[in-house]
Design a protein. Structure first.
Length: 350
């Protein structure tokens, strides 16, 4: 139904819009951002209980703190994107205009920009998505925190879009909470501050208010999930993209012996690319086996210069039960990898 599609679009829009004026105020407390090396400090990426935070660099453009306790204890994955870091990267300079051109060719996107008076993609500073991998499907159990727009701007834009579409929309504010409803559909949003919004699958319908209230209080939050906290302690949220996951079923990843039980990583895009990825195993010997077999495979990659360069620039090591994969590519080297990938995709699609 059109009204349902509109509400879903509106919720996604407000969630994607609703979060980032905090990005304009980031680092006011004097926090120091990371440098472009992407190396972890002891405090970066740690979930510190109910006040847990992902420390972000100034260049990354993300908000300085985001509580992991707003996410449920039973969530088993978290993915973060620092949009400011992406937009300042060499990769975006190359492909960004093409992506923006495709977006601007979409009528819905153009209508949004014309109606609300701004480009939502350019506004967003950071997005964090978390969920339970075992509860996906028709109604996935996912929550998100988005930073980039102030509360008043998001509300005004939603009302303008509703009027443009000829839809009935009612927005009610209740302290930190905002209720968005229209033609039988309801979604609740929680404003963690004037520029940071949180919502999720549990925020739909009549029970949305109670669910959000429990989440912003940190009840049974991810800060109480020791396994996820351990993984989050290994990522650097200064990165362009970072993630931590311990899904219930990792059997599909059993490429070399036993499958890993969890994974974590950080990718930093500058003019080139730096990646620091970890695969966590039940036993240290499984991590060692994976690294040894990977080294053998990379040593036999053949005479292709780009493939050899990838092998040379990839460093494999073992840290306890973790197999660590690191890569550091210059702008020129990254360009060669992209070219190789494009050739392979072209051949595959013929």
């Amino acid at each position: 139904m059109k009204s349902q599609r509109f509400t879903q679009t509106l919720v996604a829009l407000m969630a994607a819009m609703a979060l980032a004026s905090f990005g304009c105020k980031k680092d006011e407390g004097g926090e120091k951002g990371g440098d472009e090396s992407g190396e972890k400090s002891g405090e970066k990426g740690e979930a510190e209980g109910k006040a847990g935070s992902a420390k972000a660099s100034k260049s990354g453009g993300a908000a300085s703190k985001t509580s992991f306790a707003v996410f449920s204890k039973d969530y088993d994955f978290v993915v973060g994107l620092n949009a400011g870091s992406l937009r300042s990267s060499g990769l975006w300079k190359k492909f960004g205009p093409m992506i923006e051109g495709q977006l601007n060719s979409e009528n819905d996107y153009k209508t949004f920009k014309d109606t609300c008076g701004f480009d939502p993609v350019a506004k967003i500073e950071s997005v964090i998505i978390a969920g339970n991998s075992a509860k996906q499907g028709a109604k996935p159990d996912v929550s998100m925190v988005i930073k980039g727009f102030n509360r008043g701007e998001a509300k005004a834009c939603a009302e303008k879009m509703a009027k443009k579409e000829g839809e009935e929309l009612k927005i009610e504010e209740d302290g930190k909470l905002m209720k968005v409803s229209g033609k039988g559909d309801t979604m609740w949003l929680a404003w963690l501050d004037d520029g940071t919004v949180f919502t999720g699958a549990g925020a739909e319908g009549d029970g949305g208010k109670a669910w959000l209230e429990s989440r912003i209080k940190g009840q049974d939050g991810m800060d109480k999930n020791a396994d996820m906290n351990s993984l989050l302690g290994q990522v650097d949220s200064n990165g362009t993209v970072w993630f931590a996951a311990q899904p219930a079923d990792t059997s599909a990843m059993a490429m070399m012996g036993a499958p890993p039980k969890a994974m974590f990583g950080t990718v930093l895009l500058t003019s080139g690319l730096k990646a620091d990825i970890g695969l966590r195993y039940e036993k240290a010997e499984d991590a060692t086996k994976m690294v040894e077999q990977s080294k053998q495979m990379m040593g036999a990659m053949g005479s292709d210069p780009t493939a050899k360069m990838i092998a040379d620039k990839t460093k494999l090591s073992v840290n306890g039960n973790d197999a660590i994969i690191k890569m550091d590519l210059s702008a020129e080297e990254l360009g060669k990898v992209i070219g190789m990938a494009q050739q392979m995709m072209g051949a595959f699609m013929r």
